[in-house]
Design a protein around this ligand. Structure first.
Ligand SMILES: Cc1ncc(COP(=O)(O)O)c(C=O)c1O
Length: 377
């Protein structure tokens, strides 16, 4: 009788089962946002028994106002969804037709590509795993054809941490405008950048901006985010809202508290993420064959290129997790073409987490290095 095969290793199951022992550097989550204002608001909302009733279906007006202030895009409607993810799903459903093409990058946040494909459209990914590690405007222009419907600009980019200078953001907006394309500007990581430019003011009628409080405000587990778009685009997208009875009421309360606190705390968070990047660089510079394609990152993550070591990123992910309790993310989650070349580290973490990474990285990599073939006698 054939033996039953063992279930494949599930890194997330493993890490969640040991949540309190794991150094979580795998999902670009933020462990640095002060918990005080959020806890206070949540406890009060629980005491006020906000949960037996449905929230306002269209979203908490005060939360929308806070998002509007954070994103100065004249005339834009704000949509609140269960994380930016739900907004991405809705808009790809609403705006793409079978056969349409979306110009995107590789590496990228591939969940968006999957949503594009679920809408029957196709993501045409430009390989950008080479300096300057972001979309090239001229190549994008050349790729525009009769089926092109949208440009996806993730800025700063998950997983590399590259950001777009103001003049490039403007140029992408102008190209989208001139070719009557939609511009999807995913700004999930914008608060970690030295400076960030919104595309929507250059092309308000055709840009959809994705916002989220998962990373900047450390609320990934509560699932709040959304989109901003012109009223005409917004009403086309909102028809596909599956969350008709509104987003989790407690999550919206926490998001309001976080957005109120953000202006006072974000600079210190940014500073710590820069210091953490520097600490990681110090560690990886000591390890032969490892390099950082993008440094400094404009986001709260970057890629560690390990292609010269011969180590498989998935093997390294498992080794770091199981033997050192440090959770990074293998590149195959983020790149079809280059996924075997890098592992992604996020670093909006306490310095003690970065120290744990520092102790673990070299030994874990050494344990995964292919054994050199024995030299002939
Ligand atoms: C580029 C990008 N967009 C959107 C999201 C979705 O974030 P959320 O649904 O937590 O708001 C992520 C999450 O990692 C991301 O990296």
């Amino acid at each position: 009788m054939p033996e039953a095969s063992a279930a494949p290793f599930d890194a997330f199951r493993y890490a969640h089962d040991r949540f309190h022992q794991i150094v979580w550097m795998s999902q670009n989550t933020n462990h640095l946002f002060p918990s005080g204002p959020i806890e206070e608001a949540l406890v009060q909302a629980i005491k006020d028994r906000r949960y037996p009733d449905y929230p306002l279906g269209s979203g908490d007006p005060e939360l929308k106002e806070l998002v509007r202030k954070d994103f100065p895009i004249p005339g834009a409607e704000v949509g609140i969804t269960s994380g930016g993810t739900e907004a991405l799903y809705m808009l790809t459903r609403a705006l793409l037709e079978p056969g349409d093409e979306v110009l995107a990058s590789d590496p990228s946040y591939l969940i968006i590509h999957r949503f594009i494909e679920l809408a029957g459209a196709r993501a045409i990914a430009q390989g950008i795993y080479r300096p300057p590690y972001r979309l090239d405007l001229e190549e994008v222009k050349e790729a525009i054809g009769p089926k092109t419907r949208m440009i996806l600009l993730i800025d700063p980019l998950n997983p590399l941490g590259s950001g777009y200078p103001p003049e490039e953001v403007r140029a992408f907006a102008e190209v989208a405008h001139d070719h009557k394309l939609l511009l999807l500007h995913d700004t999930t990581y914008r608060d970690f950048a030295d400076r960030h430019t919104l595309a929507a003011p250059f092309y308000p009628e055709g840009t959809i901006t994705i916002w989220s409080v998962s990373k900047n405000c450390g609320l990934a587990g509560l699932r709040v985010g959304g989109l901003l778009a012109s009223p005409a685009l917004f009403s086309r997208i909102w028809k596909y809202n599956t969350n008709d009875l509104g987003v989790n009421v407690l999550a919206q309360v926490a998001a309001k508290a976080a957005l109120r606190a953000k202006p006072q705390v974000i600079e210190a968070i940014r500073r710590q993420t820069r210091e953490n990047q520097r600490m990681i660089r110090e560690v990886v510079e000591q390890v032969p064959g490892v390099s950082l394609p993008v440094y400094p990152s404009q986001a709260n993550m970057f890629a560690l290129d390990i292609s010269q070591t011969g180590v498989d990123p998935e093997a390294l992910q498992k080794e770091l997790l199981v033997h050192h309790g440090v959770f990074l993310r293998a590149g195959n989650y983020l790149s079809l073409q280059y996924g075997k070349r890098f592992i992604r580290a996020s670093f909006s973490n306490l310095p003690s987490d970065i120290e744990a990474f520092g102790k673990a990285f070299a030994p874990a990599l050494a344990a995964c290095r292919p054994v050199a073939a024995a030299s002939p006698a």
